[in-house]
Ligand binder design. Structure first.
Ligand code: ASP
Length: 325
């Protein structure tokens, strides 16, 4: 028995020593950061701002790889099956929580397939339309959508995207079924909104603020209870009559299940440093958002967030009765 215990403790000691040594030398080469949406969109924008600062701290390049499609589930699936060696990470949004319910057959289990690094930012959304869309305010928009539902198109990033969730909430709140047009991310969706190929979209301020300010798209409402400093004239959906319309898009960084804890901690420390950088705060502020706090940019905080958000959104999705299959 004693011999068994000794062998066990030697084995544990060896594993810890190896992972400790690994963590000390980590990272020794480029890290791949998968963004499960197209380049040029809001999740991609957040990832690139963070990756640049984390690269400087880690002393190795973080390369952003866009793996868009199926509302973010293709990119998340790619990371779920990647080597758990710390060289593949995922930067995903609230879709990590909603896809757990929206897809009854998902290739990975959101709560079982990943380790956690930390929360990055929580971004408000805006309900926007092509520049020449007729309604002049949110109330007129709602009337117009209800009266013309059959002919109105709404862009989103596919079932599982934050834009899909927000669109679903809007349709359910006003009881109108619009035609949704899925893209691999809302970067290309914005291009089509600017070109007038689609009518409306609900998307993060990290994608819409500059266009709203430039007057190249029309904005009707913000999806959080308070107005935004950056767009003070834009009313909230709540003050415009949609009582429970409250959604923001949290983002987190994950690694494949089995990635050593010391590596996740090292990445979290780097994330916290990046988020504390004044350039990041200034760039985020210009886009209507703010960096997560040092206590939120931790593995435990992201895990708690995902665990609480899955049941929270399950109730909303089950009420709307919309699924991917
Ligand atoms: N805003 C998108 C979403 O709907 C994704 C993106 O392109 O970042 O989740």
């Amino acid at each position: 028995m004693e011999i068994c215990k000794t062998i066990l403790s030697l084995a544990v000691g060896t594993v810890l020593a190896v992972s400790g040594a690994f963590a000390q030398s980590y990272p020794e080469r480029q890290i791949n950061m998968v963004v499960p949406f197209s380049a040029g969109g809001p999740t991609d924008t957040v990832a690139r701002l963070i990756a640049e600062k984390m690269s400087a701290d880690l002393g190795q390049k973080i390369m952003v790889e866009n793996v868009g499609g199926a509302g973010g589930t293709l990119g998340a699936g790619k990371v779920a099956t990647a080597e758990a060696d710390g060289y593949t990470v995922l930067l995903h949004n609230i879709g990590m929580a909603t896809s757990a319910t929206l897809y009854r057959e998902l290739a990975y289990e959101p709560l079982k397939a990943f380790e956690y690094v930390g929360l990055v930012t929580d971004v408000p959304m805006t309900i926007v339309a092509r520049k020449d869309f007729a309604p002049t305010d949110f109330k007129a928009l709602v009337d117009h959508l209800k009266a013309n539902a059959a002919t109105i198109t709404m862009a989103d990033a596919g079932i599982g995207g934050a834009s899909h969730l927000c669109g679903m909430m809007l349709m359910s709140a006003i009881e109108a079924q619009l035609t949704t047009v899925p893209y691999k991310g809302t970067g290309p969706a914005m291009t089509d909104l600017l070109g007038g190929q689609v009518d409306i979209m609900c998307d993060q301020t990290t994608n819409t603020t500059e266009q709203i300010k430039a007057g190249t798209i029309k904005a009707y409402a913000v999806t959080m209870p308070d107005r935004l400093k950056i767009l003070p004239d834009l009313p909230t959906a709540m003050e415009s009559g949609l009582a429970d319309f409250n959604v923001s898009v949290w983002h987190g960084i994950y690694t494949p299940k089995g990635t050593p804890a010391a590596v996740n901690e090292r990445l979290a420390a780097s994330l916290q440093k990046a988020l504390a950088d004044p350039d990041v705060a200034a760039n985020f502020a210009k886009l209507g958002t703010a960096p997560s706090s040092a206590t939120d940019a931790t593995p435990a905080a992201l895990q708690a967030k995902l665990e609480s958000e899955i049941p929270r959104w399950k109730a909303v999705i089950d009420k709307a009765g919309v699924y991917a299959d």
